[in-house]
Design a protein around this ligand. Sequence first.
Ligand SMILES: [Zn+2]
Length: 264
Amino acid sequence: MYLASFSWKKAAEIGKKNGSIVAVLPIGSTEEHGPLGPLGTDHIIPHEMAARIEAKIGAKALILPTMPYGATPALASFPGSVDIGYEALCSVLKACVDAVMRCGVRRFLFLNGHGGNTPAIDTAALYLYRRGGQAAEIDWWVLSGQLRKEWMCGHGGGVETAVAMAVRPDWVHIEDLFDSEIVHLSPLLKNVHIHNVEFEGASVKMVRDAAYSIPSGDAGYEDAPSRANAKLGADILDAVTDYTIKFIEEFSKVDLTNHPYKEK
Ligand SMILES: [Zn+2]
C-alpha cells in the first residue's frame, strides 16, 4: 500500500486494521556518482525496491514517498549534488515517524541508498523506539556485499552503477567512461574509501572533501565502474529485494506488546 493513496480518514485506520504493517521509507540522495552514474543513483534504487515490495507484499508494507535528498557533505562540491545536512534530514525523518505513528503504525523500515544518511537514520530510529515503535535499517549496498563477496559495493563503482543500470539504463552514461583518479594523502596513507585511509594494514577515518581525494567521483577501487553491466545489476537488485521482502515478513511478526517504552 502507498501512504500517498490514502485519505486522512482512511490513514487514521491503518494501524487498527493491520497492527503488524511495516512502514517503508525509501531514502537516498541526489549526488555525483562517478564517471557513469546518474545523480539520482541513491534514490532511484531504493525507490525501485519499494515498488517491487509493494507489488509482492503490498498488504504488509506501507510505502512512504521516496526521500530524494540526503546528507552528503563530502560530495557537495560536485556539480548537481544536493546536501541538505544532517539536521534537515533528521527533521524530515522524525516528521515521517510522527506521521506514521499517528496512523497507528509502529514498525518502520528505512530502506537506504546512501551511507551519509546513517547518523540521521540512527537518530530517527531511536526517536521512534522511545515512542514505542521499532525501526530497521537496510543499506542495500552493504547487504549486497554480505549476500555475495563479489557484490561488494564502492561509491560510484561497478556494482552501484550496474544496479542503477538495471533501474534506469537510459540514465547511465556508459559513453563517458574514464579512468578513476584517486589522490592519496601520502605514500603511506592510501585512500581506501571517501573518508578512509589505510595505514600499516588498518583503516583510519580522515574526513575531507571528496573532490580532493577522488576527483573522478568514484571510490570503487576494486569495484571499478567499468565492471558495470545490466545483468550484474539485475541479479543484485533481485537478490537484495528478495531479502528485504523476507525481512519485512519476519519483522511484521515481531511481538511489540512488551516494548519497554509505552505507545504514545
Ligand atoms: Zn551511491
